[in-house]
Design a protein around this ligand. Structure first.
Ligand SMILES: C[C@H](O)[C@@H](O)CC(=O)C(=O)O
Ligand SMILES: [Mg+2]
Length: 437
């Protein structure tokens, strides 16, 4: 008898991070880091956990979208899904009626990510491996069979993807051992949210330096004079040799982005992240071209809808750092497509993480990227944000500013039951308590 999915449940779980300005930036001044949290159950009593990340309000809409998709999932056998994962991905993203509210973008795609993340967690647990290891051990042909190449064959064919993966087999064992002993390099965003005061920035950077962090990201874009002051303070604190990145979270028009970043060039940022609308591919190309002589690259991806957008950003030389996101793209399936395109276009991948759960998930993808795809650490690092890990059963492990490969089976997506209960919105005790204040 095949193991069959019999139930999908979804919860709205929110954390009141806005109370202390954690996660704040030039466009999102009061985020409450939240998830639509999915639990898939099988007839054998196994469970897969998945999530997608939101900023609070609107999570209930993602929950509705997950409920709509769940009809496509219940009754399916795990073996059939993973035996032809591409078709299952298509089933979820190309439903003749539901695709109208996407396709492969917005709320419905966030919901797709949450559901598929749960399926990958279930699969990795069934194999008794952490997800990164499931991917690393998988036959390249099977990996390719998980990817929907529709709309990207002009940039990457199935054959090219297979070639990249076959090439990635060389030296794989040594890279896996290297990751297990050294970990994957990370940078921190936790020191410099836009709502933090100057003394807070200084204190957090100093503390991070003591914990061996060497790469720091600061939020910019609301006020130029504030940015100059904050970047100066951070550069003075971290010194000239450590790495600084700046993140505007889509605040500017194209010309404004170029002018503003030029004013911040003296602080030697490695990249400007999300300088303008995430949909403006040609705008990103213009900014990239203008900033190249200053040695500043453009990074984007945390709000890049899908593989098609990434394809165009790569084709247009519109970004110098690809920021995949485990919960915005269509789960591992679509992230594999982007990792392989980035490899072909020779653009480094530096994943977006943070939020709630994003570090837990994306570490698996970037470990796989290094071990089996890019084989390079040059100009590569994974974001880290030091919030909310205590709510996960297998939280990330950071050692000397590196992600240490997870060992527990699954996709590190499972949250503690007590956390889900307490932070459930709006009936959980934390939200009831805040309401009564
Ligand atoms: C609203 C989020 O905290 C956002 O600022 C995160 C982000 O841009 C990043 O981590 O990068
Ligand atoms: Mg960002």
């Amino acid at each position: 008898m095949k193991e069959t999915i019999i139930k999908v449940t979804v919860s709205d779980v929110r954390f009141p991070t806005s109370l202390e300005q954690h996660g704040s930036d030039a466009m999102h001044n009061d985020p409450d880091y939240s998830v639509a949290y999915v639990v898939i159950e099988t007839d054998r009593g196994s469970r897969g956990y998945g999530l997608t990340f939101t900023l609070g309000k609107g999570t209930e809409i993602v929950v509705c979208a997950v409920e709509a998709l769940s009809a496509l999932v219940v009754g399916k056998a795990l073996g059939d899904i993973v035996g032809d994962f591409r078709s299952f991905y298509r089933l979820l993203t190309s439903d003749g009626q539901m695709r109208w509210i996407g396709p492969e973008k917005g709320v419905i795609h966030l919901a797709t990510a949450a559901v598929l993340n749960a399926v990958w967690d279930l699969w990795a647990k069934a194999e008794g491996k952490p997800l990164w290891k499931l991917l690393v051990d998988m036959d390249p042909k099977q990996l390719v069979s998980c990817i929907d190449f529709r709309y990207i064959t002009d940039a990457l064919t199935e054959e090219e993807a297979l070639d990249i993966l076959l090439k990635g087999q060389e030296g794989r064992q040594a890279r896996e051992e290297q990751m297990l002993s050294e970990g994957y390099p990370a940078y921190t965003t936790s020191c410099a949210w836009i709502g933090y005061t100057d003394p807070q920035l200084k204190q957090l950077c100093t503390k991070a330096l003591n914990c061996k962090w060497t790469r720091f990201k600061v939020k910019v874009g609301a006020d130029l004079q504030d940015d100059i002051r904050r970047c100066r303070l951070i550069r003075e604190t971290i010194g000239p040799d450590n790495t600084l990145m700046i993140d505007a979270n889509q605040r500017w028009d194209v010309g404004e982005a170029i002018d503003w970043v030029t004013r911040l060039a003296e602080f030697k940022p490695l990249w400007i992240e999300e300088p303008t609308s995430p949909d403006d591919i040609l705008g990103h190309a213009t900014i990239s071209k203008a900033l190249a002589p200053l040695g500043i690259g453009v990074a984007t991806g945390e709000q890049c809808h899908n593989r098609v957008m990434f394809k165009q950003l790569l084709q247009a030389s519109a970004l110098q750092f690809v920021q995949i996101d485990s919960c915005r793209l269509g789960s591992v399936n679509e992230n594999l497509a982007v990792l392989l395109m980035a490899c072909k276009f020779q653009v480094p991948v530096c994943p977006h993480a943070g939020g709630v759960g994003l570090c837990e998930l994306v570490q698996h993808l970037i470990l796989f990227d290094y071990i089996s795809v890019s084989a390079s650490l040059h100009n590569r690092m994974c974001e880290y944000v030091d919030h909310l890990h205590e709510h996960f059963k297998s939280p990330v492990l950071i050692r000397d500013a590196c992600y240490m490969p997870p060992k527990d089976p699954g996709y590190s997506t499972e949250m503690k039951e007590e956390s889900v209960r307490k932070y459930h919105y709006p009936q959980g005790e934390v939200w009831q308590g805040l309401r009564n204040q």
